[in-house]
Design a protein around this ligand. Structure first.
Ligand code: GLN
Length: 194
């Protein structure tokens, strides 16, 4: 198992832009080791990677500037990636409003800022199919997942739209599980790592 220290999973957090520090804290609360990723070399020895929320256009620009597009795609072919909000946009195969390039590691179509300006952010209570009990979900200028590929599994929905989806080794959330004290969503991700 790469990089694991005394059984702890070693998870990178893409730290180019956005709320990566909140993810580091959330991963530590869930029992993992968290390290910041800023270059391709930082991906060595990781068991998994989190792509945080933030601003996906800016993040994509920085990913290009740091020559991370192919290293991230290659990492995602071998190991789990968890994308939240902007991170989910970057993992999708198709991005709308406006269209922009992405890693294409998950077969989902996603529309940016899809709840509109008036409802920029909100806290919702979800009843996820995949979890016991309610889940508090923080949405901030969130995208909506408009299509999921055949083998994707919807783990939670909000107003009829998927908001937590897994496909193969990867997981995306359109909300911000790193902003609450509840570690269950991060644990779903950690459980994907053998
Ligand atoms: N609206 C942002 C985008 O399109 C995502 C918002 C977020 O990550 N909280 O990139």
């Amino acid at each position: 198992m790469p990089g694991a220290v005394a059984g702890r999973k070693k998870i990178g957090v893409l730290a180019l832009q956005g709320d990566f520090e909140a993810h580091e804290r959330a991963l530590r609360r869930a029992g993992a080791e968290a390290v910041e990723v800023r270059s391709a070399a930082d991906l060595d020895e990781l068991d998994g990677l989190v792509m945080p929320g933030g601003e996906s256009t800016t993040m994509w620009k920085l990913i290009n500037e740091e020559h991370l597009v192919e290293p991230l795609r290659e990492f995602g072919r071998r190991r789990p990636i968890f994308g939240t909000c902007a991170g989910a946009i970057l993992l999708a195969s198709e991005v709308a409003n406006p269209p922009q390039p992405s890693l294409g590691l998950m077969d989902i179509s996603i529309e940016r800022n899809a709840y509109g300006r008036q409802l920029d952010s909100r806290i919702a209570r979800l009843q996820p199919q995949a979890l016991e009990g309610d889940l508090e979900a923080v949405f901030i200028r969130a995208p909506i997942i408009r299509r999921v590929g055949g083998d994707a599994k919807v783990l939670a929905s909000y107003q009829g739209d998927p908001v937590l989806v897994e496909q193969g080794r990867h997981l995306v959330a359109t909300f911000h599980p790193e902003l609450t004290d509840d570690s269950r969503v991060h644990r779903i991700f950690l459980n994907k790592i053998p």
